[in-house]
Design a protein around this ligand. Structure first.
Ligand code: FAD
Ligand code: NAI
Length: 477
């Protein structure tokens, strides 16, 4: 006998688990089916984000920053620590404890909201009357069959592989392996200077590895504002000490017993580099294998993502798709917002996401964050704009923290003064960017930010100064 639900959500990542909670809050009988198993082979909710993405990477980030600070920054405060040692096993245990707390939290929320928590791989099989049929299998065996009025697909994404190089998570690592290295490799190679390459490269560099990042594009962080990207390149190469090579053409990759050899071409020269570990971080691809799209005629786009409209509707009635498996940035907060929006649409509400106001953060040191359009995009669109910038170098709080690097730049419409983009590199800009997001959601002008009282001393004063600078009346510039 099949279990019947109003809503079945496929995937319990930040897209799926949030969609399930919101649907249940709105009174729908809801199930969430998730296939993820942790290294112990146990079901673990939370998807990529909680298990092998956002959260574990930030746990290691904090450990590596602490280790770096003890060795390099404490002395300036008059605090001397000798013989600081790294215990990678303890660092990984701390990371795993954080994962368990978070994933256990999702189980708790499922119970609290009376969501049926079903473990296994969900496959769409067909239609029975007004309902969709799904089969759930685990280790190749069918464990459940479900009927649902509405299906929300939130099956997420997986690392893209380089042709001819198998990821074994021993020598050649994807995000899972990069987050679980048992010791610090002496020579770490990274292919792809995107978000994962920079974040994970920085973590292992701070812990003592020599890190070489090989990037195909000649432009560094092409999606970011290029003034920010230039500053980031400078600090990540000079201060963090990453060796970033741009415009690289990767050739053969050979794995030996203990080393990986990467042959590549740079500026017409052939290079052969040996690494003790290699992270491959060349983007991610949507998870559609096993979903049964072909059984029901679910349309994919030319890049293999599930095709959806602006409201996350697929080509089939009552089937929706959200998060990494559909177009748009692969970000946890984008997935979650889409989950809320779809659940509310099912309940007859008219929610809306402004895709132009989704913040990006890259958790390097210093952090990089932005929202809205870059100068390059405004120029290409022929939009006249003005800009205001302010440096963290003059900010008392940043100086006290010993992190007075970077700047904030605000771009506003030349005529109306409406804020069009805000770009930051500096301390805790992952937090500061929220002020810009709120301002842009409320269609604020740069003058609005300039007239708001900002606490002193705080990092947010740099945002205030940048807004004043946009009107050529910076007080500290
Ligand atoms: P996922 O989190 O991928 O979850 C999908 C779930 O569905 C998985 O559990 C999967 O096993 C399951 N599934 C797939 N197919 C089926 C099926 N047929 N049946 C049942 N279950 C299925 N984003 C940020 O915003 N901030 C960050 O700091 C950040 N850091 C990251 C760091 C790393 C190393 C990585 C890899 C990613 C990071 N991301 C970050 C991206 C973020 O993890 C994703 O954007 C987010 O997890 C997408 O959520 P989702 O719900 O769409 O999919
Ligand atoms: P990415 O798309 O950010 O970067 C991939 C990089 O690899 C690009 O610079 C690309 O030019 C390069 N590349 C592609 N093919 C190559 C090749 N053959 N040789 C050399 N370089 C090559 O992808 P990444 O880093 O794998 O991360 C995937 C996604 O996960 C991100 O786009 C982001 O959406 C999400 N993520 C978000 C984080 C955050 O919000 N802080 C942190 C980590 C991941």
């Amino acid at each position: 006998m099949s279990q019947t639900f109003d809503v079945v959500v496929i995937g319990a990542g930040p897209g799926g688990y949030i969609a399930a909670i919101r649907a249940a809050q709105l009174g729908f009988s809801t199930a969430c089916v998730d296939a993820f198993k942790n290294p112990q082979g146990e079901p673990s909710l939370g998807g990529t984000c909680l298990n092998v993405g956002c959260i574990p990477s930030k746990a290691l980030l904090q450990s590596s920053e602490n280790f770096h600070a003890v060795q390099h920054d404490f002395a300036k405060h008059g605090i001397s620590v000798s013989g600081a040692k790294l215990d990678v096993a303890t660092m990984l245990t701390r990371k795993n404890d954080i994962i368990t707390k978070n994933t256990g939290g999702v189980s708790f929320l499922f119970k609290k909201n009376k969501i049926a928590n079903i473990h296994g791989l969900a496959t769409l099989k067909g239609r029975q009357g007004e309902q969709w049929q799904l089969e759930v299998s685990d280790n190749g065996k069918v464990v459940d069959t479900l009927l649902a009025k509405h299906v929300i697909i939130a099956s997420g994404s997986s690392p893209r592989q380089l042709p001819g190089v198998a990821t074994d998570n021993k020598l050649v690592l994807d995000n899972e392996g990069a987050l679980a290295l048992a010791s610090v490799p002496k020579r770490l190679g990274v292919i792809g200077a995107g978000v994962i390459g920079l974040e994970m490269g920085s973590v292992w560099k701070r812990l003592g590895a020599e890190v070489t990042i090989l990037e195909a594009m000649p432009t560094f962080l092409a999606a970011a504002d290029q003034q920010i990207a230039k500053e980031a390149f400078k600090t990540l190469t000079k201060d963090t000490g990453l060796d970033i090579k741009l415009g690289v053409k990767i050739g053969d990759i050979k794995t030996g017993k203990k080393v990986v050899t990467v042959n590549y071409e740079l500026n017409g020269e052939k290079v052969s580099a040996e690494f003790d570990k290699l992270i491959v971080s060349v983007g991610r691809q949507p998870n559609t294998v096993g979903l049964g799209a072909e059984n029901i005629g679910l349309q994919l786009d030319e890049r293999g993502f599930i095709a959806v409209d602006g409201h996350c509707r697929t080509n089939l009635p009552n089937i929706w798709a959200i998060g990494d498996v559909v177009r748009g940035p692969m970000l946890a907060h984008k997935a979650s917002e889409e989950g809320v929006v779809v659940a509310e649409r099912l309940a007859g509400q008219q929610p809306h996401i402004d895709f132009n106001v989704i913040p990006w953060v890259i958790y390097t040191s210093p952090e990089i964050a932005w929202v809205g359009q870059t100068e390059e995009q405004l120029k290409a669109a022929g939009i006249a704009y003005k800009k205001g910038s302010s440096n963290f170098g003059a900010n008392g709080r940043a100086l006290s923290m010993g992190q007075a690097q970077g700047f904030v730049k605000i771009l506003a419409d030349a005529t109306t003064d409406r804020i069009l983009g805000v770009h930051m590199i500096g301390p805790m800009v992952s937090e500061l960017i929220s002020e810009a997001v709120v301002a842009m959601e409320f269609k604020a002008a740069s003058e609005d930010l300039a007239r708001i009282v900002h606490a002193h001393p705080s990092l947010s004063e740099v945002v205030h100064e940048a807004a004043l600078a946009a009107d050529k009346r910076a007080l500290h510039g």
